[in-house]
Write a protein that binds this ligand. Structure first.
Ligand SMILES: NC(=O)c1ccc[n+]([C@@H]2O[C@H](COP(=O)([O-])OP(=O)(O)OC[C@H]3O[C@@H](n4cnc5c(N)ncnc54)[C@H](OP(=O)(O)O)[C@@H]3O)[C@@H](O)[C@H]2O)c1
Length: 268
């Protein structure tokens, strides 16, 4: 089989789905993989790895929250001829002590393949496809990040940066902070979502609010610590990565919110 296919992990997820669409629209051969995807790939079932990676030249490497990037998969991919890896990591991982993603970054850097690491800010799509969607519908978003500004980024822009890194030269050895065009407080972001959705949505951002909302679970205590470290970094700076890599500016948060509302994301 020709070594030209691109394997996209998490191909039914918020970034992988968009990446698969972008790559196919530009004529690339994509193997769209996940547990329920066109190609079966399960991080917890190593027997699914080899068929997914056979004949592939580049891989979009991602794992959902809580799942490590297994170094044995990355070694197998490189042994089978994969030359390029693009890893979905996250901003702020050192401050937040995210051992899972720090280990994932080491794994791709040490893989022997060309690598590019994407460190995105909070995805805009958390509000309509992800973990804030039920909170928006319930009228209250609780996150222990106070009034610090975060550079929310559109998943389509992350996918566009990933597509460029997978298919064009000049991105090897780069670690990209992928951000939107403007940093917003959660208060501002939630206000924009509420306006676009035509709903009353409020934000509560203290540690106490979060702990109470999460029933004082052990996990919530650990998260509060990690988010305190993120808060201590101060307002997140905006980067020019999306514009520099894709040639067009990142999508404003307001545009994302209007489009999501128009698609019916927050209709009852
Ligand atoms: N959300 C944010 O604001 C944010 C910000 C920065 C970084 N990140 C990082 O982004 C990642 C999440 O990315 P995403 O939002 O694109 O994902 P997502 O929308 O949560 O989708 C998860 C994908 O992983 C697949 N999956 C789930 N369990 C799997 C398994 N055991 N083996 C193989 N595939 C599995 C799912 O498909 P199936 O169910 O079909 O398997 C799906 O395609 C996390 O690592 C997170 O740390 C997120």
């Amino acid at each position: 089989m020709a070594q030209h296919a691109i394997l996209v992990l998490g191909a039914t997820g918020s970034t992988g789905r968009r990446l698969t669409g972008l790559l196919r629209a530009t004529g690339h051969v994509v193997r769209a993989a996940s547990r329920a995807g066109e190609t079966r790939f399960d991080w917890s079932v190593p027997a699914t790895w080899e068929p997914a990676v056979a004949g592939v030249s580049s891989v979009y490497v991602m794992a959902p929250d809580g799942t490590p990037i297994d170094p044995a998969f990355v070694s197998l991919a490189v042994e089978r001829g994969v030359r390029r890896l693009v890893l979905l990591s996250s901003g702020g991982i050192e401050a937040m002590g995210d051992e899972r993603l720090m280990a994932a970054e080491r794994t791709v850097r040490d893989s022997g393949a060309e690598w590019t690491i994407l460190r995105p800010s909070w995805f805009d799509q958390n509000f309509d496809e992800g973990f804030f969607q039920p909170a928006v519908m319930a009228g209250e978003v609780v996150m222990p990040v106070g009034e610090v500004r975060q550079a929310f980024v559109d998943a389509g822009d992350i996918a566009a940066v990933a597509a460029a890194a997978l298919t064009r030269d000049g991105h090897a050895g780069q670690t990209y902070e992928v951000t939107g065009p403007r940093s917003l407080t959660f208060d501002e972001a939630v206000e924009i979502i509420g306006r676009a959705a035509g709903r009353e949505v409020r934000y509560r951002g203290s540690d106490e609010d979060y702990l109470a909302a999460m029933s004082f679970s052990e996990q919530a205590m650990a998260e509060v610590k990690a988010f305190a470290a993120l808060r201590a970094l101060g307002d997140q700076p905006v980067s020019d990565v999306v514009h520099r890599v894709t040639g067009r500016p990142p999508k404003p948060f307001e545009t994302y919110a209007e489009e999501a509302a128009a698609s019916g994301a927050w209709r009852a």
